[in-house]
Structure formats: structure tokens, C-alpha cells
Write a protein of this length. Structure first.
Length: 253
């Protein structure tokens, strides 16, 4: 009868000493305060008082970096926010080398974002987000490498501008569109004038071409019966008629 309670007590102690490490976790073991190894997934025995195990999640984590107010190189005040993706590569370093590595990574990202934004002008900040994101990721990755953390990526989500700056940018964009419209219109007029000059040269150089063009124009006008056509005779034809009239008078005299 005494044997059964003994087995029950041993089994209860075994369950009390048992710790489960999931597939996506690693267990950092400390024995009497000293690091004694990193445990892989499975059931692990941890002796209370003498041993302690801290579990570390090894999955990729997405951290939303809150809005950071910074001043660009051309003295424009902006707010930027981002998302940083990182994962723990060395569970032991993440526990031993830094206190609260999640908080430390977030603070490192905020500081780096403000520094990088302060090194570029507003136009570069708006047009070269990918390059700035890569630069921020490289700096954070190098800084967190001693902590056993690998930064997978950084994405700049929003760049929030002051209202007066938004209006200024809108006016600048409108002026740029108007400039392009004027340039395109001027280029079209130059092309049209060049084509007209070529057409005029062709008509003047070929005998009878101008008369054919006149007849073609009259034909196009006569297609609509509501049109009234006033035909203007060339000056040379009128002079010819005038010469014929003078010669007739001389003959009569």
C-alpha cells in the first residue's frame, strides 16, 4: 500500500519538473545562475531552485514603430512610421546580452529612423523610400547582431507632412504640370509650322499644284449645300482679262 502513494508522488514531481519547448521556441537553460545550454523543442526536465529555463520565440516578428518626428536636411519637420521585421537567431545571446530585446530593437529602430531622415532632403525622403528602408535595415541589423538578432526588413509606411508643406507641394506639382503643358503646346506648334512650311514649299515648286489644291478645297466646301462659296480669282487672271479688254478697244478704234 505504501508503494502506490510513493509512485504517485514521484510522478507528480516529474510533472512539476517537466517543461515543454514548442517547435518554434528554444529554451535557454541556467543552472545555479550559469548558462548551461540551449534546449531544442520537446519535453525538458528543469529542477526547481537549481535550474531555470527561459523560452525564446524564434519566429519572425513584426514590430510597428510609432510615429517619429524628425527634421530633414532641408529643415522640414516630418513624421515617419515604419514596420520592422526581425527574428532571433541566437536565443542565448538574446537573453544574456540584452535586457528585454523586443524593447531594445524597437528603441534602436526609432533612433535610427530619426537619424537617417535627418540626413536626406524631403524630395529624397518621398521618392527614395526603398533605399532609405534598406539603409535603416542595414544599420539596425549591424547594431543588433551582438544580441543574436537578424533584421529581415524595414518598410517605411507613411511620411506625414505639415499642412502648409502639403499645400506648397500641391502648388509646385500644379506649376510643373502647367509648364509641361506649355512646352508640349509649343512643340506642337513648331511641328505644325514646319509641316506647313514643307507643304507650302511643295505647292510652290510644282507647276499647277496650287490650282489643284484650290480645286480640292472647293470640292470639299461644295459637299455641304448650306455653304456659300466666294471664289477669288488670282490676280494674274484678272490682269489677263484686263489686257484682253484693252486690246479689243484698240481693234475697234
Amino acid at each position: 500500500m505504501f508503494f502506490i502513494p510513493f509512485i504517485f508522488i514521484v510522478f507528480a514531481l516529474f510533472l512539476a519538473f517537466l517543461r515543454q519547448v514548442n517547435q518554434y521556441e528554444r529554451g535557454v537553460m541556467f543552472t545555479m545562475g550559469r548558462y548551461s545550454g540551449t534546449k531544442c523543442p520537446g519535453w525538458r526536465i528543469v529542477i526547481p531552485v537549481f535550474q531555470m529555463m527561459k523560452k525564446v520565440d524564434m519566429r519572425v516578428k513584426a514590430v510597428d514603430v510609432p510615429d517619429q518626428e524628425a527634421i530633414t536636411l532641408d529643415n522640414v519637420s516630418v513624421k515617419v512610421n515604419a514596420v520592422i521585421y526581425y527574428k532571433v537567431q541566437d536565443a542565448a545571446k538574446a537573453i544574456i546580452e540584452v535586457e528585454r530585446f523586443r524593447h531594445a530593437v524597437s528603441q534602436m529602430a526609432q533612433t535610427t529612423m530619426r537619424n537617417v531622415v535627418g540626413e536626406v532632403e524631403l524630395d529624397d525622403l518621398l521618392s527614395k523610400r526603398n533605399e532609405l528602408s534598406d539603409k535603416i535595415r542595414t544599420i539596425i541589423d549591424q547594431s543588433t547582431d551582438p544580441w543574436g538578432i537578424k533584421v529581415e526588413g524595414v518598410d517605411l509606411k507613411d511620411v506625414i507632412l505639415p499642412e502648409d508643406m502639403k499645400r506648397t507641394i500641391a502648388k509646385q506639382a500644379e506649376a510643373e504640370r502647367e509648364k509641361r503643358a506649355v512646352i508640349i503646346k509649343a512643340q506642337g506648334e513648331v511641328i505644325a509650322a514646319d509641316n506647313m512650311a514643307k507643304a507650302a514649299h511643295t505647292l510652290s515648286s510644282e507647276t499647277g499644284a496650287l490650282h489643284l489644291r484650290t480645286l480640292q478645297t472647293l470640292n470639299e466646301l461644295s459637299s455641304d449645300q448650306s455653304n456659300t462659296v466666294v471664289f477669288a480669282l488670282p490676280l494674274e487672271v484678272l490682269r489677263a482679262f484686263e489686257g484682253m479688254a484693252v486690246s479689243k478697244k484698240k481693234d475697234i478704234i
